[in-house]
Design a protein around this ligand. Structure first.
Ligand SMILES: NC(=O)C1=CN([C@@H]2O[C@H](COP(=O)(O)OP(=O)(O)OC[C@H]3O[C@@H](n4cnc5c(N)ncnc54)[C@H](O)[C@@H]3O)[C@@H](O)[C@H]2O)C=CC1
Ligand SMILES: CCCCCC(=O)CC\C=C/C=C/C=C/[C@@H](O)[C@@H](O)CCCC(=O)O
Length: 267
């Protein structure tokens, strides 16, 4: 198991919700944490709160829009200057917006790719790196479709596929970096209210009741529960290419079939 004492972690979308919970559990386990978020006010307030709770200079906030290549790169250089290294990188920032769907793709998928590649270039042994672990936050909607949010679903399937492919590349090329994905069901954060927002859901508002039925099937998790899942994926150094599905009735590592199950058809 990876010891976190003295390790340096980066968490995107850290100002609230799951990212705040992930940052806190990493701090509680001895890591230093760089908080990245587009919400500057909430990020600075959380930096102060965490430094008071866990010791001065254990946390630093960096205002970053993960859809901006330059902002992400600039922040990463500042993090290396301040902390000297990055051992853990959690790509968590994400939105739901089926109307501004290019924005959703740029944040949820392209933002994860940007963060992953920044971390990998720094961590991989062939570049003189010390190795490390990357956790990409997908969703249960990255394993099965969420009818009301086809674009959000597409981005989360993309995060799962990208994470699994890069984990395999890391194993084959011996990068010394583990890359895993988290696939939680509904979690009690501001994001889940999106299903009721015409501004975010647009043409799919008529499917709100379908999502409500899914929320009954998958009762909401608490941030603290999901944060324990993050800690597992970070600490268990046997896990690479793992997808941790999390629901209220339990969590499990997804077993992807070696062969794609299919029903033969005569062409
Ligand atoms: N809440 C849920 O039911 C579930 C959430 N997730 C995923 O977990 C991640 C976090 O979601 P929540 O904490 O629930 O959402 P949230 O809306 O509470 O927090 C998201 C955070 O990301 C930040 N953010 C948004 N756009 C950004 C950008 N362009 N650059 C940097 N930061 C940005 C926001 O300011 C906010 O602090 C997302 O990727 C989401 O898709 C996955 C499964 C379930
Ligand atoms: C609209 C609000 C979205 C909130 C953010 C999320 O990512 C929530 C995702 C939660 C649930 C997704 C459920 C998907 C369900 C179906 O695709 C089903 O096929 C999945 C089956 C999983 C199982 O039963 O093992």
């Amino acid at each position: 198991m990876m010891a976190l004492q003295g390790k340096v972690a980066v968490v995107t979308g850290a100002a609230q919700g799951l990212g705040k919970g992930f940052a806190e559990i990493l701090l509680q386990n001895g890591a230093k944490v760089a908080l990245l978020d587009i919400n500057e006010k909430a990020g600075k307030e959380l930096e102060t709160q965490f430094n008071e709770a866990y010791g001065a200079d254990r946390t630093h906030f960096y205002p970053v829009d993960v859809s901006s290549d330059q902002q992400f790169k600039d922040a990463f250089q500042k993090i290396l200057s301040k902390f000297g290294q990055v051992d853990i990188f959690c790509n968590n920032a994400g939105i739901i917006n089926e109307k501004q769907w290019e924005k959703t793709v740029s944040i949820n998928l392209c933002g994860v790719v940007r963060g992953t590649y920044l971390a990998l270039e720094h961590m991989k042994k062939e570049n003189g790196g010390q190795g490390g672990v990357i956790v990409n936050v997908a969703s249960l909607a990255g394993l099965g479709p969420l009818a009301q949010t086809p674009i959000y679903t597409a981005t989360k399937f993309g995060v799962v596929g990208f994470t699994r492919a890069l984990a395999l590349a890391s194993e084959v090329a011996n990068y010394g970096v583990r890359i895993n994905a988290m696939c939680p069901a509904f979690v009690r954060t501001p994001l889940i209210d999106s299903f009721n927002s015409e501004e975010q859901i647009g043409q799919f508002m008529g499917l709100a009741d379908f999502t409500r039925s899914l929320m009954e099937k998958f009762p909401s998790l608490e941030v603290e529960e999901v944060s324990k899942g993050l800690l597992l994926l970070v600490k268990d150094d046997s896990l690479n290419g793992a997808c941790l599905a999390m629901m209220r009735d339990g969590a499990g590592l997804v077993s992807f079939p070696k062969e794609i199950p299919k029903t033969p058809v005569a062409l």
